[in-house]
Write a protein that binds this ligand. Structure first.
Ligand code: HEM
Length: 551
C-alpha cells in the first residue's frame, strides 16, 4: 500500500514538472503575440530572445538589409516578447512617420533609470512622449535653429573649425597620424559648449592643462553613453527587455548590484548632468543678478610660435548672445505662458549636449573618409571651396552657393547615417499595407537599408555627391521616391538640430579642405563600422593631414 502511494505521489510530481517544463518551453516562443501578428512574415527567432540575438550580433546597420531581402515590404520581428513591425517601404514609412508622433521607448536601458537620470530622460525633447508637452517643448526649441539664430551661431562654428584646423596643422607639420573622428568629436563638443551654453568647454585644447583634462573627461563621458549597446551583454537591461513584467523586481536588484556597463554609464551620466547643472546654475545666477551670463573665463594663452589664425582661434570667447541656455531661460510654455522649470531646461541642455556631439562628429568623420577614398570628389569640393570661400569666415550666404559641399555631406549621410533606424510606437490601431497593426505596437523604419537599396540608388555603395545635384547624370540614374533619404528622421519627431548640424558640417569641411587633404593610414579601407547605438567607425578613422599649400 505504502509503496503504491509513494509511486502515485512521485508520478504526480513528475507529471507536474513535465507540464511546467512544456509550458515554459511553449511560453518561450511567445505564442499569443505571434498569433496576434500571424498575418506578418518575419524571422523565426530564437526561444525567449526572439530576433534580439541577430539584431545585436549583426548590428542595426546590417541586420535590416538581411531581413528586408528575406521578408519583403513589411514584417514583424520579436524583441524578446515584444513584437515590432518593420516597415520596409520608404514612401509608406514616410507617411507613417508624418502621422505618428510617439517615439518607441527602448525598454532595457530606460526602465532602469531612476531619480535625476529618469527625469532627464522623460523631460527632454527626444524622450518626451506626451503629445502636447512635446509640441510645447519643440516650439520652444525651434527658434534656436531659424536663419537668424544660425547666423549668430555661424561665427562660433567658424571659430571652432579654425581651432580644429590649427590642431590638424600641428599633426601635418609633424607628418603625424591622427584619429580624425576624435578630432571632430572635440570640435563638435566645442560647438555644443559655445552654441548651447555660451561657454568655452576647452575641448580642443588637448594641452594637458587642468581645463583640457576636465574637457577630456566630459568627452569621455559623452562617448561612453554611445559606446555599447546595453542589450549586447548579459546584464540587467537585457533581463528587463526579455522579462518586462519582472521590472519591479529587477530594478532594485540592478540598483543594488549594478553590472559593469551600468556602472560606467551611470558615472558618465552623473558627469554630464553635473556639468549641465553647473552651467545652468551659473546662467540662472547671472540672470538673477541682471547681468549677462559670462563664459567660464580661463587664460588660454597661446604658446610661442603659433600662427596668427591659431592665435585668433584660441582667444577666450565672448558669450554667444543667442545661446540655447539663455534662450530656454527666457522661453515660456505656449499654453500657460509659465517659464520652463530648471529641471525642464536642464533636461533640454542635457539632450542638446548628447545629440549635438556624436552625430555630427560621426558625419564629419565619414565625409572625410569618403573624400579621402574618392580623390576626384575631394578635388571637386576643393574647387568649389577655393572659388566661393577661399579665406576667412564662411557665412550662410556663401554656403548657399556651395551645393557640392552640401552634396558631399548628404551623400556621406546616405552611406553612413548615424541613426540607422527610426522608432515609433502606435498610439492607435492602424492599417499598414493591408495589415491591421494594433495600438501599442513598436515600429522600426530601416533608414540605412533604404539608403543602400539598389532599386532606388544606382550603384548604392559608390560615393557620388553628384546624385544630389539636379541635372547631373548621377541624379538622373537614381529613382526619386519620398522617404529614400531620412538621416534626420521625418514628421513631428524629426531632428530639431538638423539645420545646425548641416551648417556645422559644411563650415567645418570648408575650413578643413581649404587647408588639407588626407592620407589614410594603412588598413583603413574598407572602413570598419559598428552600430552599438549610433553608426560609428569602430575604432576611428586614422589619417595624416597633408597641407595643400606651404603652411
Ligand atoms: C548629423 C547630425 C545629426 C543627425 C544625423 C541626427 C539625427 C537625428 C535623428 C534620426 C533623430 C530622430 C528623428 C525621428 O525619430 O524621426 C533626431 C532627433 C533629435 N535630434 Fe538630431 N541629429 C543630428 C544632430 C543633432 C544636433 C546638432 C542636435 C542638437 C540640437 C540634435 C538634437 C536632436 C533632438 C533634440 C532630437 C529629438 C527631436 C524630437 O523628438 O522631437 N540633433 N536626430
Amino acid at each position: 500500500m505504502g509503496v503504491l502511494e509513494d509511486d502515485a505521489g512521485l508520478s504526480t510530481k513528475w507529471t507536474l514538472a513535465i507540464l511546467i517544463a512544456v509550458t515554459v518551453f511553449i511560453w518561450g516562443f511567445h505564442p499569443l503575440k505571434r498569433w496576434q501578428y500571424r498575418s506578418f512574415p518575419g524571422p523565426r527567432g530564437y526561444w525567449v530572445v526572439g530576433s534580439l540575438v541577430d539584431f545585436v550580433r549583426k548590428g542595426a546597420h546590417k541586420v535590416f538589409i538581411d531581413w528586408n531581402a528575406k521578408h519583403g515590404s513589411i514584417y514583424v520581428i520579436m524583441f524578446g516578447p515584444r513584437p515590432i513591425v518593420v516597415v520596409n517601404e520608404p514612401e509608406v514609412a514616410r507617411t507613417l512617420l508624418l502621422t505618428s508622433d510617439t517615439r518607441m521607448i527602448a525598454r532595457g536601458g530606460q526602465d532602469l533609470l531612476s531619480g535625476d537620470d529618469s527625469a532627464m530622460q522623460k523631460f527632454n525633447l527626444a524622450g518626451m512622449n506626451d503629445k502636447e508637452k512635446h509640441r510645447d517643448l519643440k516650439a520652444a526649441w525651434l527658434p534656436m535653429f531659424n536663419s537668424a539664430s544660425l547666423g549668430m551661431s555661424s561665427e562660433l562654428l567658424n571659430r571652432s573649425a579654425e581651432h580644429l584646423c590649427s590642431n590638424l596643422s600641428r599633426y601635418a607639420r609633424k607628418k603625424q597620424e591622427t584619429n580624425i573622428w576624435r578630432d571632430y568629436g572635440r570640435m563638435t563638443m566645442d560647438v555644443v559648449g559655445s552654441v548651447a551654453f555660451g561657454v568655452d568647454l576647452h575641448t580642443q585644447e588637448n594641452d594637458g592643462s587642468e581645463n583640457s583634462e576636465e574637457a577630456e573627461k566630459l568627452i569621455e563621458a559623452a562617448a561612453t553613453l554611445f559606446s555599447e549597446n546595453p542589450l549586447a551583454r548579459a546584464g540587467w537591461p537585457g533581463l528587463v527587455t526579455l522579462f518586462p513584467w519582472a521590472t519591479p523586481i529587477i530594478k532594485p536588484l540592478a540598483q543594488r548590484f549594478p553590472d559593469s556597463l551600468s556602472k560606467r554609464t551611470s558615472e558618465a551620466r552623473n558627469k554630464l548632468r553635473g556639468t549641465v547643472k553647473k552651467l545652468m546654475e551659473e546662467a540662472r545666477a547671472s540672470q538673477a543678478a541682471g547681468t549677462k551670463a559670462e563664459p567660464v573665463k580661463v587664460d588660454v594663452s597661446v604658446s610661442a610660435g603659433e600662427q596668427s589664425a591659431e592665435t585668433a582661434a584660441r582667444k577666450p570667447r565672448a558669450l554667444a548672445p543667442g545661446s540655447f541656455l539663455r534662450h530656454m531661460l527666457n522661453s515660456k510654455h505656449t499654453a500657460t505662458q509659465q517659464p520652463f522649470s530648471d529641471l525642464e531646461i536642464t533636461a533640454q541642455a542635457f539632450i542638446f549636449l548628447l545629440a549635438g556631439y556624436e552625430t555630427t562628429a560621426n558625419t564629419l568623420a565619414f565625409t572625410t573618409y569618403c573624400l579621402a577614398t574618392n580623390p576626384d570628389k575631394a578635388e571637386n569640393l576643393m574647387q568649389e571651396i577655393d572659388r566661393e570661400s577661399s579665406q576667412g569666415h564662411v557665412n550662410q550666404e556663401q554656403l548657399r552657393h556651395m551645393p557640392y559641399t552640401e552634396a558631399c555631406v548628404k551623400e556621406a549621410l546616405r552611406l553612413y547615417p548615424p541613426a540607422t533606424a527610426l522608432a515609433r510606437q502606435l498610439t492607435q490601431d492602424m492599417q499598414i499595407m493591408g495589415h491591421r497593426v494594433p495600438k501599442g505596437t513598436g515600429i522600426f523604419v530601416p533608414v540605412m537599408a533604404f539608403h543602400h537599396d539598389p532599386k532606388i540608388y544606382n550603384e548604392p555603395e559608390a560615393y557620388k555627391p553628384e546624385r544630389w545635384m539636379e541635372g547631373t547624370p548621377e541624379y538622373a540614374a537614381d529613382k526619386h521616391v519620398q522617404g529614400k533619404w531620412m538621416p534626420f528622421g521625418e514628421g513631428t519627431r524629426v531632428c530639431v538640430g538638423q539645420r545646425l548640424a548641416l551648417m556645422e558640417a559644411r563650415v567645418a569641411l570648408t575650413h578643413v579642405f581649404r587647408r588639407f587633404t588626407f592620407k589614410l593610414s594603412p588598413g583603413q579601407v574598407p572602413l570598419d563600422v559598428s552600430c552599438p547605438l549610433l553608426l560609428k567607425p569602430t575604432t576611428g578613422i586614422f589619417v595624416t593631414p597633408v597641407p595643400r599649400k606651404e603652411e
